[in-house]
Design a protein around this ligand. Structure first.
Ligand code: XMP
Length: 310
């Protein structure tokens, strides 16, 4: 039986021991993992932790404000860093999914390293959980927040890495969140990939294409809020389809809607979404986003698919 209170106590002690009198930085995204990690570390070292929200331009609508409001309400040291231009520059022209992850990761750590230097911090806290480690070791995907496993020596960044959630999986992380009185909008938040909407834009990640993806994501999330799922998403394809706009042929974008059920993200099953809901999503996307002319639903479980498209 997992006991969140005991886990918190143990990790707070351990984090105190590791950070000592030093200063720590954590990059927060609004996801349950980094939120829990930040709150837990704050409990251990108070204001010697700075929570940094790196605005990469790849977040969902309103996400940055929501995250900053949470940390400010808890009186934690929090900083927002606007780095969208840097991320879009790094992603320019890249279509290969793993290359995109690498570009994202390099930019992410570049920005973070800068913040760490500015803050004079010697520790970096990360919300890595057991599933991240497992999937990266197996070589399925390169998760952006794994350093050692992919041969990057944190020491070369001059940093001690602190990962209090490394041993536990998502359901336990949520238990810890509830125990730390993190509000449900964060503790029950569906997983969202580190590289954000870039994972859901097939082909080149440009500000214009991310904006289409962001609007489609909002519609899918709104229309499926009552449908039980582990994750609910829109994905922008790299191809175009023939459609009709204003009575004329138009080559428009294609959006795939995907909802999956899963316990641990290791396997997943496509959700049987009511047809009326799917039709409403399709109608809203093609009406509210004129660049999109075709909407599809993804039927494939994991494996052989993965949850994200890339
Ligand atoms: P896949 O697509 O591998 O996703 O079936 C498994 C779970 O991990 C999330 N995911 C990521 N999370 N950085 C993350 O922090 C990433 O690069 C990344 N890629 C996928 C995905 O949303 C799902 O919950």
């Amino acid at each position: 039986m997992f006991e969140p209170e005991k886990f918190i106590e143990r990790q707070v002690d351990k984090v105190k021991g590791t950070i000592g009198e030093g200063k720590a930085v954590i990059a927060v995204s609004g996801g349950v993992d980094s939120t829990v990690c930040a709150v837990l570390t704050h409990r251990a070292v108070g204001d010697r932790l700075v929570a940094v929200f790196i605005d990469d331009g790849l977040m969902r609508e309103g996400e940055a404000e929501q995250v900053m409001n949470f940390f400010e309400a808890r009186n934690m040291n929090a900083r927002r860093v606007d780095a969208a231009d840097e991320f879009f520059d790094a992603l320019k022209g890249i279509v290969d999914p793993e290359e995109k992850r690498k570009a994202f990761r390099n930019t992410f750590y570049g920005v973070l390293a800068r913040v760490v230097r500015e803050e004079n911090a010697n520790c970096l806290v990360q919300g890595t959980i057991a599933a991240d480690v497992a999937e990266t070791v197996k070589g399925i995907k390169t998760q952006h927040n794994i350093l050692e496993q992919i041969g990057i020596d944190p020491g070369s960044y001059g940093l001690t890495i602190v990962e209090p959630l490394r041993e536990i999986y998502k359901p336990e992380v949520r238990e810890v969140a509830r125990s730390l009185e993190v509000p449900a909008e964060f503790s029950e938040r569906p997983p969202f990939p580190g590289p954000g909407l870039a994972t859901r834009v097939l082909g080149e990640v440009t500000p214009e294409r991310v904006e289409i993806e962001r609007r489609a994501t909002k519609i899918v999330e709104e229309e499926t809020s009552d449908v039980e799922s582990f994750q609910s998403m829109a994905v922008l394809m790299n191809d175009r389809a023939t459609g009709i706009r204003e009575g004329k042929r138009a080559y428009g974008y294609i959006i795939v809607v995907r909802l999956v059920e899963s316990k641990d993200a290791i396997t997943a099953e496509a959700v049987n979404v009511p047809w009326e809901v799917l039709k409403r999503i399709g109608k809203r996307i093609t009406t509210e986003i004129p660049e999109v002319v075709h909407v599809l639903y993804s039927l494939t479980d994991k494996p052989p698919a993965t949850i994200e498209f890339q």
